[in-house]
Design a protein around this ligand. Sequence first.
Ligand code: AKG
Length: 273
Amino acid sequence: MRASLIQIGVDPDEPVESRRERAATFVRDTHRQTGADLVVLPELWTVGAFAYREFAPQAEALDGPTVTAMSAAARDAGVWLHAGSIVERAPAAEGQPTTDDGATLFNTSLVFDPSGALVRTYRKIHRFGFDKGEAVLMGAGTEVVTAALPETTIGLATCYDLRFPELFRLLVDAGAQLLVIPAGWPERRREHWTLLARARAVENQAYVLACGSAGTNGGVPQAGHSIVVDPWGEVLAEADATETVLTVDLDLSRVARTRADFPALRDRVLGAR
Ligand SMILES: O=C(O)CCC(=O)C(=O)O
């Protein structure tokens, strides 16, 4: 299986509409050039993960402009597309933050099949920002989400989720073999990003596909450094900090082989199923 991670640049001088068009073209071109089976975009590449003031104005429903554009791109390319995440505007949810006009926002990832159907959404469970930013502006997801592709199952997580290994255990229990993590990770904690991506791969004996963004948004320079790690923890490919596409071939049989040859997952005691 071939995967391409599009580390798109997210900067405030480019309007969201233009980046949306560019991302759709990027998906089509990437598939044409690489023949990827799966294409991945980063977290909140529409607005920027740190452009908090834009969250409410740019929030959209699941039939909004980004879903429409990504659906068309997936269909035209005939590719599985993890389109990163958007600010989803949903009806006010009890116990969750609401906007002035009575909506709850979620950081929602989107997975499209090659016909362009939106087959999975995942609302980020762990919101970043402690007592500000996303943590107070958005609602928290509650569901652990996997998506069945023809030859494998992907587990969905977003950015800050990477710091919470218990989520990844639940994804593995749900059958995930590839952990796909769109992010808008800041440059200043880049070492954590690569370290945690490798840790999640090793401890879960799974591929990790972690797609960051380039540029600077909300005044926060982005780390980029999208990374693909195999189930033994080897880094198969890593980007620099610029806008770029990272393409890797994955031998899906390595997941089962790694788990059989070094059956540490079988030795779980706490929380084992
Ligand atoms: O955990 C981190 O250091 C970064 C997380 C983050 O930027 C996010 O979740 O948007």
